[in-house]
Design a protein around this ligand. Structure first.
Ligand code: DAT
Ligand code: MG
Length: 149
């Protein structure tokens, strides 16, 4: 089973889209292993987006992600990383495929509603930034055999 870190970003929280975004992941069958509402401070934002430091959009990105509370989740499932990213759509909502979260609810790259880890290596770095081990719950659902072959 793979794990991915999802952030429902400040614009999504402010716009009342938390439930509709979580529903997209939940209805595909991904398992919610951890979830909380929190405020990202500057130090956490800088660690999470360290790879983008120095890029022209870095400062606005840090301001955006720290501007209001977010909801963070750990999702689990076979290919959870790719599946979550395909559910989210392309980074720029104007290029995202219809039916994806970013295409259906967003217009601009700097207000793209949701973050998802982009590789197993990234997920392994990102998950511990947001969750302690004991916050991640390991469990099985009675529906799992109907979702995972
Ligand atoms: P993603 O969030 O799809 O993994 P990313 O890791 O390349 O995309 O970038 C992180 C965030 O930074 C992205 O969600 C929005 C912002 N961003 C990326 N490229 C950008 C650009 N060219 N102009 C403005 N913002 C950008
Ligand atoms: Mg990324």
């Amino acid at each position: 089973m793979d794990r991915t870190l999802i952030i429902i970003k400040p614009d999504a929280v402010q716009r009342g889209l938390i439930g509709r975004i979580i529903e997209r992941f939940e209805r595909r069958g991904l398992l919610i292993a951890a979830m909380k509402l929190m405020q990202i401070d500057e130090s956490l934002a800088e660690r999470h987006y360290a790879i983008h430091r120095g890029k022209p959009f870095y400062e606005p990105l840090i301001r955006y992600i720290t501007s209001s509370p977010v909801v963070v989740l750990v999702l689990e499932g076979n290919n959870a990383i790719e599946i979550a990213r395909s559910t989210m759509g392309a980074t720029n909502p104007s290029e995202a495929a219809p039916g994806t979260i970013r295409a259906d609810f967003a217009l601009e790259i700097g207000r793209n509603l949701v973050h998802g880890s982009d590789s197993p290596e990234t997920a392994a770095l990102e998950v511990p930034l947001f969750f302690d081990d004991e916050e991640i719950v390991s469990y099985q659902r009675n529906t799992d055999p109907w979702i995972f072959e």
